[in-house]
Design a protein around this ligand. Structure first.
Ligand code: PHB
Length: 391
């Protein structure tokens, strides 16, 4: 009969077993796919934006041999329809039924705000690849919530800086929801700081495209400039309607997104429009050159801002996963690595503020043919101060 183990021997045996078990589970982790919940629109006004974001994310993963942080990637894809009323159910389905490791989404501010609420409630990591709702990195900011795109205030503010250089009065036109309201707020802040005055804010509900009455009113007010926030398929019709109404030559049009990804559909109506965003055709850096070549090869058309934002969302998640060697249970360590990430983005250097919103340069672009050609940098390292974020 073998001798009973001494207490010390028991402790040593238990420790050895624990080490073996941890080793096995680390092993299992590395071959188990990490589950990415891609909650993006594939129908409705923002369908193309969803597709470009999705393409960008997958391109980065493919470049890593289909792995992030050493683990294969499995996607769970859901069409959010850019419908805020379905967002709670959709996000909860991904988290609770599909048990995703990370939520990635979305385009529409209202839907993304609900995703942020669900992410907070369930302590799920969320990476927002577009939607600019201020509260996501403002009043609702949280350690597990990141954004790789912009806050609505940022492109609005940078556009106001540009418009104030040439004009004293402006009228704004926007969809009446968080993105429109906040974009106009940012524009007004910089435009009025620069000595201009916003005479009137005109609105219509998302995603309506009955622009005619607003354009008639704009023509009556006769400001020196107009600033617009509409997006996706809506921006194609807006830019065409604006030109058809004869306003393009009489009231210079400013906007951030209005020509991004849609120049082919807008044709001559968009030609010469000046816009301000954190990406442009002709941004010169080695990463961008490689990115454009790889994206074009994979998808048969040139990338745009939305593809860049999707690509960078995957880059950011990879930073977190690599820091913990793919062990998603080490959430605090992942978050720490992501907070201090310095990402080489096709847009230029990308880092994050204390509220997890990008700090980035904003470029002036002019629409020529099928390109939004970079002509200048209007604001360097723009940081949304996010005063309401108390992490
Ligand atoms: C938003 O809802 O935050 C949004 C949507 C489309 C854009 C930009 C912002 O192009």
């Amino acid at each position: 009969m073998s001798r009973p183990l001494s207490l010390n021997a028991w402790a040593r045996a238990a420790a050895a077993l624990a080490v073996a078990a941890a080793g096995v589970s680390a092993q299992a982790q590395s071959s188990t796919p990490v589950k990415v919940g891609l909650m993006l629109p594939s129908s409705g006004t923002f369908a193309d934006l969803g597709k470009w974001t999705n393409n960008g994310f997958r391109l980065y993963v493919e470049e890593q041999g289909g792995k992030l942080g050493g683990r294969p990637v499995e996607y769970v894809v859901l069409d959010d329809e850019s419908d805020p009323s379905k967002a709670n159910e959709n996000a909860n389905r991904l988290v609770k039924r599909d048990k995703v490791d990370v939520l990635v989404g979305t385009i529409h501010s209202g839907v993304a705000s609900t995703m942020a609420k669900v992410a907070r409630e369930t302590n799920t990591l969320l990476i927002v690849p577009n939607a600019g709702a201020g509260e996501i990195t403002g009043a609702m900011c949280a350690p597990n919530v990141f954004r790789t795109s912009f806050s609505n205030w940022q492109p609005g503010y940078a556009s106001g800086v540009l418009a104030a250089k040439k004009h004293k009065t402006a009228v704004t036109i926007s969809w009446k929801y968080a993105a429109g309201d906040e974009s106009v707020k940012g524009f007004r802040e910089a435009f009025e700081k620069g000595g201009g005055k916003v005479l009137k804010d005109l609105n219509l509900p998302f995603p309506n495209v009955e622009f005619q009455p607003l354009l008639t009113e704009l023509a009556t007010i006769k400001p020196e400039a107009a600033y617009v926030f509409v997006a996706g398929a809506g921006q194609v019709k807006f830019v065409k309607d604006y030109a058809a109404a004869g306003l393009k030559t009489s009231i210079p049009l400013y906007g951030a997104f209005i020509t991004e990804g849609t120049l082919a559909a807008q044709g001559e109506a968009a030609s010469g429009l000046q816009t301000v965003l954190h990406y442009a055709d002709g941004v010169k850096n080695p990463k961008n050159e490689k990115f454009i070549a790889a994206y074009t090869k994979a998808f048969g058309s040139a990338p745009n801002l939305f593809a860049v934002q999707g690509y960078d969302s995957a880059q950011l998640y990879d930073v977190g996963l690599k820091a913990v060697k793919g062990d998603t249970r080490k959430k605090a360590e992942m978050i720490k690595a992501m907070e201090s990430a310095k990402i080489e983005s096709p847009r230029g250097p990308l880092s994050f503020s204390k509220s997890h919103n990008p700090v980035q340069d904003f470029y002036v672009r002019v629409a020529r043919g099928n390109q939004n050609v970079m002509t200048d940098t209007i604001v360097k390292g723009l940081n949304d101060p996010s005063p309401d974020c108390k992490p």
